[in-house]
Design a protein around this ligand. Structure first.
Ligand SMILES: Cc1cc2nc3c(=O)[nH]c(=O)nc-3n(C[C@H](O)[C@H](O)[C@H](O)COP(=O)(O)OP(=O)(O)OC[C@H]3O[C@@H](n4cnc5c(N)ncnc54)[C@H](O)[C@@H]3O)c2cc1C
Ligand code: SF4
Ligand code: SF4
Length: 413
């Protein structure tokens, strides 16, 4: 057990990740590590069956935005009226869990906290005091074996839990939750894309600023900039996406897991809290009654605004597909001539998609990326690993499965 503040339990977790496509979600560190076979997003995920089990039905591509974002009962553009100190956006994610602990609905929350020696490294923790969640706020880059804490929670006699996690963790959690027999399990998900190891992320920070150890916050914002905040009191910096030093990153900077991920929006969470569709605010997708119950607990502390939907993504997504097909390492920005970057950086926030259209664009790009990278690196995995919702998103851009890439006829889009 690591030294941890009051209300936070940080158990030592043995074993390690698996070789191959693995984000160290925690299953391989459990007593029965063979469970990876049925719990892994990278082997043979069955999202439709899981959606029926968890949400009562699978996503309906003809209903609202479900073709893009999965089962959705309600969608909001929102912020906490008083943003929480240290939060990634305004802190809705941790506020949901805090409210559950405060009301006594749960005994503990499984989430991650910063490593005491490296604020960017996520460490899985069990949180039992609502105040302690303040220490977990903010986004860290890296992989945390949080799902392994299901065993720790069970051993400690916790019966009612909340889990905060990224999509590959949520998939594994949902596959295994029934075997633990918890009385209640609330799942708060965030979207996730372009994750990498914490060590690699430090190398990226060093390219962005002369004093990378002073960077305390980084976010890819919906206005096409990356925001940096600093420990030394400097004013935040906003770097346009187009001016990021992507060309200086090694081709394998983003691991293959995250280039072939099949769930951007955390489709199996009870509620997803992101920013992509929020146009500067947070973006909430309530997926079932449990998600609505959680949100009701903090509604009095939120400001809700109308969703926005601007621009047209089609040309941007088609351009991304062409670039990704061309780029050997899958870093399409590499091919942009230097002189063009400032022009595009200026134009992008003005003419680029915003709000829901931005979120649709990102989800389609990720689906395209998944298929192209798997075709290049693991073609034999495609038929079991790529779910219908990914093929459906990519089909609009002419990317369709051949006979060897689908398991059954009914998996075609
Ligand atoms: C690697 C990564 C990539 C992301 N990419 C996108 C994206 O492309 N689009 C989008 O809309 N949203 C993305 N998100 C989510 C987004 O950054 C915000 O975390 C989310 O919108 C919640 O903001 P908040 O203020 O409510 O969170 P807070 O209240 O600050 O809480 C954040 C929660 O996330 C947990 N967390 C932090 N880092 C990790 C990690 N590495 N693994 C697991 N849990 C973690 C924290 O422990 C905490 O519980 C990403 C998150 C991560 C971790
Ligand atoms: S289930 Fe988790 S630990 Fe197992 S292989 Fe998949 S990502 Fe890795
Ligand atoms: S991008 Fe996908 S595979 Fe990578 S950490 Fe995020 S959810 Fe997991």
């Amino acid at each position: 057990m690591l030294d941890a503040p009051r209300g936070i339990i940080a158990p030592h977790l043995g074993k390690g990740p698996r070789a191959g496509l693995c984000t160290d979600c925690g299953v391989s560190r459990m007593k029965d590590d063979r469970a990876c076979g049925r719990a892994c997003q990278f082997i043979a995920p069955d999202y439709e069956a899981a959606e029926v089990r968890i949400h009562g039905r699978s996503a309906d591509p003809d209903r609202g935005e479900e073709a893009f974002f999965g089962v959705t009962h309600a969608m909001y553009r929102a912020r906490l009226s008083r943003p929480a100190q240290g939060a990634q956006w305004t802190g809705i994610t941790t506020a949901l869990a805090e409210s559950l602990l405060r009301s006594g609905a749960i005994d503990a929350v499984i989430t991650v906290a910063p490593d005491p020696n490296d604020i960017w490294r996520p460490v899985p923790v069990l949180v039992t005091e609502p105040e302690a969640l303040a220490q977990c706020r903010g986004m860290r880059m890296g992989f945390a074996p949080s799902v392994a804490l299901l065993e720790q929670a069970q051993e400690r006699g916790f019966k009612r839990l909340a889990f905060i996690g990224i999509p590959c963790q949520t998939y594994a959690l949902r596959a295994l939750e029934h075997q633990f027999g918890f009385a209640r399990l609330y799942v708060i998900g965030t979207p996730c894309s372009d994750n990498t190891t914490t060590a690699r992320f430090h190398a990226f920070l060093a390219l962005l600023d002369g004093a990378p150890e002073q960077i305390s916050y980084l976010e890819f914002r919906a206005d096409y900039t990356v925001e940096l905040r600093f420990l030394d009191g400097r004013k935040p910096r906003f770097i346009p996406f187009m001016k990021l030093p992507i060309s200086q990153l090694p081709a394998d900077f983003f691991p293959l897991t995250c280039k072939t991920c099949v769930d951007y929006t955390n489709r199996l969470a009870d509620i997803t809290v992101g920013y992509m569709g929020g146009d500067g605010a947070q973006w909430l997708l309530v997926r079932n009654a449990r998600g609505a119950e959680m949100l009701a607990g903090i509604m009095d502390h939120m400001t809700v605004e109308p969703l926005t939907d601007k621009g047209n993504r089609k040309a941007a997504v088609a351009g991304f597909l062409a670039n990704t097909e061309r780029a050997a390492g899958g870093l399409p920005l590499r091919r942009m001539p230097e002189w063009l970057r400032p022009v595009v950086a200026f134009l992008q926030p003005l003419i680029g998609p915003r709000g829901l259209e931005f979120a649709r664009a990102r989800v389609e790009m990720k689906a395209i990326e998944t298929i192209l990278h798997l075709r290049r690196s693991h073609p034999a995995k495609i038929k079991n690993m790529v779910p219908t919702h990914i093929w459906r998103l990519a089909a609009k851009y002419g990317l369709t499965p051949d006979r060897s890439e689908i398991v059954r006829k009914d998996r075609a889009p």
